[in-house]
Design a binder for this molecule. Structure first.
Ligand SMILES: Nc1nc2c(c(=O)[nH]1)N[C@H]1C(S)=C(S)[C@@H](COP(=O)(O)O)O[C@H]1N2
Ligand SMILES: [Mo]
Length: 546
């Protein structure tokens, strides 16, 4: 018998090489740190152990060294510090991995001690919930030890069976054995355990990176949400006119006149909602202007605000779809900012840029001479929710969101349509995106069953900037019957409507069409959403019980 046996007589895998063990140690440490980040992000008032250690280092470092570091590194001192903590962690992990080859228990204790350092550093910060710091360290240590065990076992390869080929380094020169096992025996010189080991290291790396990123993102969103929750919007200098009493109909199931923020549709290209700190955020107004300038969030709040009730629609909204909503927006008229900047002759496009790289552009003329095209900071009476563009976004009545409604706005750039194009334009969507007149049946719901008798048919219709003048409903192939319109809130807003329908038993198709404020009826021609928005009439089929 050539391979080692344990006291119980089972074969023990050979010891992995130092370099392999070091990699295992680094991977285990990375998973431990990543998991600690995730737990810190998930639990209340958690603290990143890496950042906590970094903070302690800053506190302990002699003043002259700190000043020298800031002098040399400038604002990069923080990232350099974090990288430093990570590099030291990796070195410690590598050493523990090597140690773990022969003294696993010692290495496990070392990893635990390493976690304790992080926990102690976190406890030094009074913003941390103590038990959360302990849980972070504990889970990190347990995960690190477990990963180290699994990786070392994988590095050692499967326990060799009698007659199978030995791992490299042991008897590598002998000929592969013949017999029943010969076909499955790896060729000479191939490292038996290596492939699963590398796969597991890759898995550990992915787990470490994704938990760390998720944890940091959660921590950032929690922080930004707390800042946002503490904000108070200024009283608008020009509040929206009072909502007419008859603007909202009381029909169960009908979409509310103002869609609550939590129910408002959300469309964007961001994988995760950008978490923008209003304390460091700046809005630039630049490009073809005489006096470019930047505004902080506080400066934006200090300017005179207006309120505008505007229906926002997505170009990807199918006929009858839900990618449309009405809200009360508060902010600074774009016109005021453009006046301050002095738009140069020849500037034709206003391009909004987002912190996430998204861009959307529309004719400059649409921003001038109206109070309702806004840099919005408020939505339905509260600061913009993060998902809807906090701290600021654009809202322009009459345009689909993809050409106008840039969220997490970072710059307003005056340019031309020749020089710049918005994000979606090269991707097959029209350069101009005026919102098409549309109407939708909310009640009764499609494919629902209703009792016979007089029943409301109700919904919303919108043609922002033009307003809605008439809505008609048709039952099956019958005549168009005019519905009762709720009072108009604003030409930029959708309008509710209702028709009392005498529902006779059987299957029926209800169809709606709207006419905008210019007298133009909604086309019945069906077009797809691309390239410039769906058109056609919305129909629902319902069953009236017999
Ligand atoms: N930064 C950014 N802003 C964006 C988008 C985006 O993908 N990224 N999508 C736009 C589109 S297509 C629409 S319809 C509206 C939707 O705004 P909402 O999510 O607040 O409803 O945001 C617009 N603003
Ligand atoms: Mo959209």
């Amino acid at each position: 018998m050539t391979s080692a046996t344990t006291p119980s007589g089972a074969r023990r895998p050979p010891t992995p090489r130092r370099r392999v063990a070091a990699v295992a140690g680094v991977a285990a440490t990375a998973v431990a740190l990543g998991l600690a980040e995730l737990v810190a992000g998930l639990l209340p008032r958690g603290r990143s152990l890496v950042l906590a250690v970094g903070d302690v280092v800053v506190d302990r470092v002699p003043g002259w060294l700190e000043r020298a570091a800031i002098a040399v590194l400038g604002t990069a001192d923080k990232p350099v510090l974090v990288v430093g903590v990570l590099v030291v962690s990796a070195a410690v992990g590598a050493a523990l991995g090597v140690l773990a080859r022969r003294r696993f228990v010692l290495a496990a204790l070392g990893l635990t001690g390493f976690a304790v350092v992080g926990v102690v550093a976190a406890l030094a910060d009074e913003r941390t919930t103590p038990w959360v710091a302990v849980v972070c360290g504990l889970l990190g240590a347990v995960a690190g030890v477990a990963v180290l065990r699994v990786l070392l076992d994988a590095a050692a390869g499967p326990v060799p069976r009698a007659g199978s080929a030995p791992p490299r380094g042991v008897d590598a020169g002998s000929a592969p054995p013949r017999g029943v096992d010969a076909g499955s025996a790896p060729p000479r010189g191939v490292d038996v355990g290596r492939r699963p080991f590398l796969t597991l290291v890759a898995v550990a790396a992915v787990v470490a990176a994704s938990t760390a990123v998720a944890g940091r993102w959660l921590a950032a969103s929690d922080r930004v949400e707390r800042i946002r929750a503490a904000l108070r919007l200024p009283r608008p200098a020009r509040p929206a006119p009072p909502v007419p009493a008859g603007a909202a109909l009381a029909v169960p199931g009908l979409t509310p006149l103002f869609v609550p923020n939590d129910d408002f549709y959300r469309i964007d290209t961001a994988l995760t909602v950008p978490q923008v700190d209003p304390g460091t955020w700046m809005l630039e107004v630049r490009g073809m202007v005489d006096r470019p300038f930047s505004l902080s969030y506080d400066e934006l709040l200090a300017m005179p605000h207006v309120e505008a009730d505007v229906t926002l629609a997505c170009v990807s909204n199918e006929v009858g779809g839900g990618l449309v909503g009405n809200a009360r927006w508060q902010g600074v008229p774009l016109g005021a900012l453009l006046e301050r900047a002095g738009v140069r002759d020849g500037a034709t496009q206003l391009l909004g840029r987002s912190v996430d790289g998204f861009t959307a552009g529309f004719p400059v003329a649409l921003a001038l001479g109206t109070q309702d095209a806004l840099v919005a900071v408020g939505m339905n009476g509260e600061p913009l929710p993060a998902a809807h563009g906090f701290p600021a976004r654009l809202v322009v009545p009459g345009l689909y969101g993809y050409v106008s409604a840039t969220k997490w706005l970072s710059a307003i750039e005056l340019t031309t349509f020749e020089d710049e194009v918005g994000y979606w334009i090269p991707r097959g969507w029209a350069r101009d995106g005026p919102v098409k007149t549309q109407s939708r049946i909310d009640v009764p719901a499609a494919a629902s069953t209703v009792r016979p008798g007089v029943r409301p048919v109700a919904g919303v219709a919108w043609a922002p900037t033009r307003g809605i003048e008439r809505v008609e409903v048709r039952v099956d192939d019958g005549p168009w019957v005019e519905a009762r319109l709720a009072d108009s809130l604003d030409v930029d807003c959708w309008r509710q409507w209702v028709l009392e329908w005498d529902a006779a038993p059987g299957r029926h198709v209800l169809t709606v069409r709207a006419t905008d404020g210019t007298g133009e009826p909604q086309t019945d021609e069906r077009t797809p959403v691309a390239p410039d928005g769906a058109s056609g009439h919305h129909s629902v089929e319902v069953l009236v019980e017999g």
